[in-house]
Design a protein around this ligand. Structure first.
Ligand SMILES: NC(=O)c1ccc[n+]([C@@H]2O[C@H](COP(=O)([O-])OP(=O)(O)OC[C@H]3O[C@@H](n4cnc5c(N)ncnc54)[C@H](O)[C@@H]3O)[C@@H](O)[C@H]2O)c1
Ligand SMILES: [Zn+2]
Length: 364
């Protein structure tokens, strides 16, 4: 098991990553002061509950904890206020009080929603993240929790740091391959924006990662969380440097939006976006051409797309990029790279440059 400590302004918490870590939960909870007299509530979704929820609840009960569980339908569509209200109703019925602890067992959707419930239930109770997707390594650091509004993703939310995060890499075995690849896109992003040696490590171990080697997954998650935590600790409330985490996301979000979130996984859209951002970086910042080759090669090795084949209307894509939450005053804003492992925010990019980039990453 590897442990990473995340420092935030008013709290510090541990991320434990490894095999069979759920069996260590009683000991780890004790370490953060959660004794058996505190009620626990597992919040999970309908896919994860039968795989890991029931067994987790049973094993914690066998240890003497009082554990409730509430399950909502799997999928991004559930990340909304009416599900929050239902889940809070279950928490009330189970008798959770201010000393109780929420266990968020699932992917990023569960982490965001259960974290938001914990942030708001009785003005805030502690929660422990038990991420079950690779992508959730990203959402387990940074303290952002929340749900979607009909008018946009993640418009309702809070900052609420977990008490700790416990990652069991064995649960990633049941993830559909496409979800594994999608999670690897955010891992690759963390390497590409921050750490050339991490890029090299990913290049060397891509095949083992795809084969779900527990040791390699542990290392990849550890290093991904390390980068995110380094960035976030400098900018908890997203006023400056944190925006570099949006590398590949301007085009990525636009592709997700124009396709109604039905064609690409988030990671696939971001991978295409990073291919685009690397190309834009060469043109606008004079980054070496090698940046594009290394980026695209790494993404391909991780079985991620670097081009889109659909004929999305250009005006819709451009409009989506202008509306991106990170854009200001209707200007196009991108996170671009001067060289491998180093990025910065660039504002006021000419539309013609973006149009040219979109042409390059489209196979139409
Ligand atoms: N808070 C943040 O900082 C942050 C960062 C990145 C992403 N997110 C959010 O994360 C969400 C996406 O997360 P995700 O990709 O994990 O999606 P997800 O939680 O919907 O999980 C994907 C699918 O896999 C299933 N699943 C989860 N674990 C499984 C396992 N071990 N075996 C088999 N199936 C499993 C889920 O039930 C779901 O159907 C988005 O809502 C996004 O906004 C938040
Ligand atoms: Zn992302």
């Amino acid at each position: 098991m590897r442990t990473l400590t995340v420092n935030t302004s008013n709290q510090c918490y541990s991320i434990h990553i490894g095999r069979g870590t759920y069996q260590m939960l009683p000991r780890l909870m004790k370490e953060v002061g959660v004794e058996k007299d505190r009620k626990l509530m597992v919040i999970t979704d309908s896919s994860v509950a039968p795989l890991y929820g029931q067994s987790l609840q049973a094993s914690l009960r066998a240890e003497g904890y009082q554990v409730g569980m509430t399950v909502f339908p799997a999928g991004e569509e559930s990340k909304n206020l009416s599900v929050v209200e239902r889940v809070i109703g279950d928490c009330l019925q189970f008798g959770l009080d201010r000393s109780s602890v929420v266990l968020a067992l699932g992917g990023g959707v569960v982490g965001d929603l259960a974290g938001f419930v914990a942030a708001t239930y009785m003005r805030g109770i502690p929660f422990i993240q038990l991420p079950t997707t690779l992508l959730a390594h990203d959402s387990s650091v940074g303290g952002k929790v929340g749900v979607n509004h009909a008018l946009g993703k993640n418009y309702i939310g809070a900052f609420h740091q977990p008490l700790m995060v416990v990652f069991d890499v064995d649960v990633l075995r049941s993830l559909p391959a496409r979800q594994v690849h999608s999670g690897l896109a955010e891992v690759a992003k963390h390497a590409l924006i921050w750490d050339v040696s991490f890029v090299e490590w990913l290049e060397a171990h891509a095949e083992e990662l795809l084969a779900l080697s527990p040791e390699r997954l542990t290392e990849a998650i550890f290093r991904g969380c390390e980068v995110k935590s380094a960035v976030v600790s400098q900018d908890e409330k997203e006023l400056g440097i944190r925006s570099i985490l949006n590398y590949g996301h301007t085009i990525g979000h636009a592709l997700e939006a124009v396709s109604g979130y039905r064609v690409y996984t988030h990671g696939e859209a971001v991978a295409i976006g990073m291919a685009g951002a690397s190309r834009l970086s060469v043109r606008l910042l004079g980054a070496p051409g090698e940046l594009v080759d290394r980026t695209e090669q790494l993404l391909r090795r991780l079985r991620l797309p670097i081009r889109y084949a659909e004929n999305w209307p250009l005006p819709a894509l451009l409009e989506a990029m202008k509306k991106d939450k990170k854009a200001r005053g209707g200007q196009y804003t991108f996170v671009l790279s001067r060289k491998l492992g180093q990025v910065e925010m660039v504002r006021g990019i000419e539309e013609a440059e973006i149009v040219q980039t979109l042409k390059e990453i489209s196979t139409q």
